[in-house]
Design a protein around this ligand. Structure first.
Ligand code: UT7
Length: 329
């Protein structure tokens, strides 16, 4: 007879989100560049995005999302010993946005660091935190995706400026003993990928070492679209293979919120029923690393995602990077 040894599993205690107060509608954008509400809605599903106020930085958005997640979890900031922030738009070149949020929350113990995987940032941060918790090195993690892409957008380029927005989302994870069963709560499996050959398809044309400037986002939209629909589903299939679960077992599919067409086509390719899709892209556009936790927080707040539900997260971003996380909520 074998005795199963309890493992540590990362259980979601709460989620939270924050969007800046100022909105920018498609109609307002049409006054800035040659575009229309009809074109943007038809090609992307986006209706409006939120723009950070002057002086409102990524760490400020992240702190607000973190406080909402802490309240939702019923956990105080002092109980957090690990902070991982996914962002490509840090307040400063250094120190990290994570340490700024750590200080703003009054946390002086544990560790905080940033992780850069562009739009996959939250899924990468979640996968990283989950491995820390599972190792036993840390007990309670605050995982954040926070961005101010409005600061790196070329506002004269209609092919990119209509797509992005600012925002932040956060999740509290706690290490809890588990027998390893698929019905037990927590992160069941994560799968991360990257392929650096695709840099030219989605990048920022500035940086401290290359140009000593911040730079602007540049993108070959069609190429990114093709990759996002064609390739990215492999990490979702990896999650199914690792757990023996299938698309039919899922309660919710929470993909990166970049484009409604990409979301729908990915779900269709994976055999995920349309009613299982969580989509909030119409409300905030592509907020990069913040997009998945923004969608999660919305669906948890309105009661769609409930304890015990099986939730698949998926994201793709510059690099390319892409990843999945399968969670028993
Ligand atoms: O997190 C990952 C980040 N990126 C993405 O997820 C983006 C992935 N790509 C996409 O979502 C789509 O490729 C876009 C939404 C960016 C573009 O949609 P599309 O169906 O691939 O359009 P297109 O690039 O083929 O452009 C079609 C036409 C072009 O005109 P012509 O050459 O056919 O005359 C564009 O110049 O639409 C024109 N166009 C616009 N028209 C009005 C491009 N941007 C706009 C615009 N308003 N904002």
């Amino acid at each position: 007879m074998t005795t199963s040894i309890p493992q540590q599993r990362s259980v979601v205690l709460g989620v939270g989100a924050y969007l800046p107060a100022k909105t920018l509608t498609n109609e307002e954008l049409a006054k800035l560049v040659d575009t229309s509400d009809e074109w943007i809605v038809q090609r992307t599903g986006i209706k409006e995005r939120h723009i950070a106020a002057d002086g409102e930085t990524t760490s400020m958005l992240g702190e607000k999302a973190a406080r909402a997640a802490l309240a939702n979890a019923g956990v105080s900031a002092g109980d957090i010993d690990l902070i991982v922030v996914g962002t490509s738009t840090p307040d400063w070149t250094f120190p990290s946005t994570a340490t700024q949020i750590q200080a703003a929350l009054g946390i002086t113990h544990g560790v905080a660091f940033d992780l850069q995987a562009v739009c996959s940032g939250f899924v990468f941060a979640l996968a990283t935190a989950e491995k820390f918790l599972r190792s036993g090195s840390h007990k309670r993690a605050l995982v954040i995706g926070a961005e101010t892409f409005s600061r790196i957008i070329d506002w004269s380029d209609r092919t990119t400026c209509v797509l992005f927005g600012d925002g932040a989302g956060a999740m509290i994870l706690e290490a809890q003993p588990s027998q390893g069963g698929r019905e037990e709560r927590g992160v069941l499996t994560t799968h991360l990928r990257s392929d650096g050959r695709h840099r030219a398809k989605l990048y920022v044309d500035g940086g401290p070492s290359a140009t000593q400037t911040v730079g602007h986002l540049r993108m070959e939209g069609k190429e990114v679209f093709r990759f996002a629909v064609g390739q990215v589903t492999d990490v979702v299939k990896d999650a199914f293979a690792a757990t023996g679960l299938t698309a039919n077992d899922l309660d919710w599919f929470v993909p990166h919120q970049a484009n409604r067409r990409i979301i729908d086509m990915s779900a269709q390719k994976l055999g995920i029923a349309p009613e299982k899709i969580i989509a909030t892209v119409h409300l905030h556009g592509n907020t990069s690393a913040a997009s998945v936790p923004l969608a999660l927080a919305a669906a948890a707040a309105d009661g769609r995602i409930k304890q015990g539900d099986l939730v698949m997260l998926e994201a793709v971003g510059g690099g390319f990077t892409w990843g999945s996380a399968l969670i028993r909520w």
